[in-house]
Each structure stands twice: as structure tokens, then as C-alpha cells.
Design a protein around this ligand. Structure first.
Ligand code: BG6
Ligand code: MG
Length: 211
């Protein structure tokens, strides 16, 4: 029996996937590294360090410079997220959260981002969640199941009682590895392994998932 819903943040509740992309793109341009929107698809849901490694694509860079680059990207990102307001909730996200809440489900965010808390605060949905797990909560990031397992535990739920909503391939893998029901948001190529798939959050059909 499903008792809780665990939401990814970036690309599910709000389109910060775009802001992460613009921040990496700015860094890549400054460094003369080619980086396209298509390349960025691989970075969805992936940690800051792993994202940098993917962007560097085999280029050798000293550790000190890597730290500086991650810091620079994060500063650009922090500038972007200052502007976030409740208008930046993706269509259907607030309605879905309110509906689940009124039906009595436990609700959580499980994001790989160390910036998740300020983003949720700016979106004005902090109070909706029973648990907010972020990039500080566990060591092993998605596609490891750790963040979702930790979140379920905090909610007092078993993995099989949880539904995960994710836009990233790494996130779907993590949800499946955790033994949870996985709902993918996005194209087949990216989230096709999920139990359910929708193009957009607004398309989610709760009755299908809960049946
Ligand atoms: C994930 C995003 O939620 O968080 C990734 O999908 C991002 O794009 C990752 O790299 C880590 O975020 P941050 O804010 O800690 O750099
Ligand atoms: Mg995401």
C-alpha cells in the first residue's frame, strides 16, 4: 500500500534543471569547453562533482582548479535561484502536492542538491513537506538508492510504500534500486525504465499510479 510520495526537486517541482544548465554553460564558455543543451541531459540529477567530470569529458584538470570551477558554477547558480518565486513552480506541481496532502499521504523532497532548501523556501512550499532531504543528507548520490532509503526512513515508511517522482535517469535508477515505485517525467530515452512515465508533471495520473 502506497503511503508516501518522494519528489525530486530540480526538473520536477521547478525547472532549476535549466538554471543548472545555464550555470554550467557559463563556466564552460569561460573555459572554452564545448557544452550543449544535449550534453547537459547527462548531468540531470547528477552531483556537482560528477557533473564537472562529465563537462570536462576527459580533460585533465588539477584538483584545486576543479574545486574553483565547482565553486564558480555554484556562485552563478546561487545568483539565479535568488530570483525564484512561487511563480516558478512547474504547472501542476502545487495542485499535485495539495491533492496528495489532502488525501493524507506523507510528502518529501529528495534532491541531490546542496541548494535544495533555499529553492524550496523561495517556491513557498516548505510547509507542505514532512521531510526535506538534500545534498547534505547522505554520502552516496543518485543512482545509489541511499537518498531515497534515508528519506523513507525519516518518513517512517518502508521502501515499497513510497512513490518517487523523478526527471533524471540517475534518479529513476536510484528509485528502482531502493525498491520504490518510480514515476518518470520526461522522454522515454531518459526515464523509460520507470514504472510510469509522463511528459510533464501536469500529466501525472494519480489513479493509474495508485491502482
Ligand atoms: C540535482 C540536479 O538535483 O542536484 C543536478 O539535478 C545538480 O543538476 C545536483 O548537479 C547537485 O546540485 P548542487 O546545487 O549541490 O550543485
Ligand atoms: Mg531532477
Amino acid at each position: 500500500e502506497i503511503k508516501g510520495f518522494i519528489f525530486d526537486l530540480d526538473g520536477v517541482i521547478t525547472d532549476t534543471a535549466e538554471l543548472h544548465y545555464r550555470s554550467w554553460k557559463k563556466l564552460a564558455d569561460e573555459e572554452g569547453i564545448p557544452f550543449t543543451r544535449e550534453d547537459n541531459e547527462q548531468l540531470r540529477g547528477v552531483s556537482r562533482r560528477k557533473s564537472l567530470e562529465l563537462l570536462l569529458n576527459g580533460r585533465e584538470v588539477p584538483e584545486e582548479k576543479k574545486l574553483e570551477m565547482m565553486d564558480r558554477k555554484n556562485n552563478y547558480y546561487k545568483e539565479f535561484i535568488k530570483q525564484i518565486t512561487e511563480e516558478d513552480l512547474l504547472p501542476g506541481a502545487k495542485e499535485l502536492l495539495d491533492e496528495l496532502k489532502s488525501r493524507g499521504y506523507k510528502l518529501a523532497v529528495a534532491s541531490a542538491s546542496k541548494n535544495a532548501k533555499p529553492v524550496i523556501k523561495n517556491l513557498g512550499v516548505e510547509h507542505v513537506f514532512d521531510q526535506i532531504s538534500d545534498g547534505y543528507s547522505v554520502e552516496k548520490t543518485k543512482p545509489a538508492p541511499d537518498l531515497f532509503l534515508y528519506t523513507a526512513k525519516q518518513l517512517g515508511l518502508k521502501p515499497e510504500e513510497c512513490v518517487v517522482i523523478e526527471d533524471a535517469e540517475a534518479g529513476i535508477e536510484a528509485a528502482l534500486a531502493a525498491g520504490m515505485t518510480a514515476v518518470g517525467i520526461g522522454p522515454e530515452e531518459r526515464v523509460g525504465k520507470a514504472h510510469f512515465r509522463y511528459d510533464k508533471v501536469a500529466d501525472i495520473n494519480l489513479d493509474d499510479i495508485l491502482a
